[in-house]
Design a binder for this molecule. Structure first.
Ligand SMILES: Nc1nc2c(ncn2[C@@H]2O[C@H](COP(=O)(O)OP(=O)(O)OP(=O)(O)O)[C@@H](O)[C@H]2O)c(=O)[nH]1
Ligand SMILES: [Mg+2]
Length: 235
């Protein structure tokens, strides 16, 4: 696991944009696809547990103490899917407007997947999802970029404010997979793992199709975006 902060701009180490209609790579493609990095951003109100969720996935534990994220914290974990090693780069973003406003463009640039988080014990954080979804849509994130909803803090059973039925019937959550999780409860840690692994599987499936559909032209490789909309995610 690696953890890096970036509070004042800076770029991603993601080598490829995901939103181009076609993409040309040189003939070293076969080599480069073996070390892919998937950039996954974690978005939502302050205090919903974005830092704890990303820490649980990449570090395997619940942080004893957290402070409001300033800008973004990077965490990485290498996972293996069907024999391929993939680096999942988690961008733990700031929920507080004053700590995120100079960074928003960087969050969405070349993003591969988006995790929207709310706190199941705070109705306002669920209602605010529509603002976060609008922000994402406003940054021209391609429709093929997978998005999931995560209701965090499910361990606080007696304090739940967002009933399950409401969670799954929200029009804003249309077409998004919903996960209920707890970054705190180690018994629920499998759910946290599933969020990121499901996205990594989807991305791998999308990109496999994409690479399979390459056309070689003039010694270069041309990739078709159309094929990126198909996937065979098992979840
Ligand atoms: N009970 C419980 N508390 C949690 C859980 N996840 C996070 N918390 C607590 O919620 C508070 C906020 O967690 P953070 O992960 O720092 O929240 P954040 O979304 O990163 O907040 P910002 O960085 O300000 O955007 C902390 O006190 C955590 O200990 C959880 O699953 N269960
Ligand atoms: Mg945080």
């Amino acid at each position: 696991m690696a953890n890096k902060s970036l509070a004042n701009g800076g770029g991603t180490r993601n080598p490829r944009p995901s939103s181009l209609s076609s993409l040309e790579l040189d003939s070293s493609l076969d080599h480069s696809v073996q070390t892919r990095i998937f950039k996954i951003i974690v978005i939502g109100d302050s205090n919903v547990g974005k830092t704890c969720l990303s820490f649980r996935f990449t570090g395997g534990s619940f942080p004893e103490k957290t402070e409001a994220t300033i800008g973004v914290d990077f965490r990485e974990k290498t996972v293996e899917i069907e024999g391929e090693k993939i680096k999942v780069q988690v961008w733990d973003t700031a929920g507080q407007e004053r700590f995120r406003k100079s960074m928003v463009e960087h969050y969405y640039r070349n993003v591969h997947a988006v995790v929207f988080v709310y706190d199941v014990t705070k109705m306002a954080s669920f209602e605010n999802l529509k603002t976060w979804i609008q922000e994402c849509n406003g940054h021209h994130v391609s429709p093929v970029v997978p998005r999931v909803l995560v209701g965090n803090k499910c361990d606080l059973v007696g304090q739940i404010q967002v009933p399950s039925t409401q969670r799954s019937s929200s029009p804003d959550s249309h077409n998004m997979l919903l996960f209920e999780a707890s970054a705190k409860d180690s018994k629920e840690s499998q759910n946290v793992e599933s969020i990121f692994m499901c996205l990594a599987c989807r991305l791998k499936a999308q990109k496999s199709l994409l690479y399979r559909d390459v056309e070689r032209q003039d010694g270069k490789v041309k990739l078709s975006q159309e094929s990126a909309s198909k996937n065979s995610c098992p979840c």
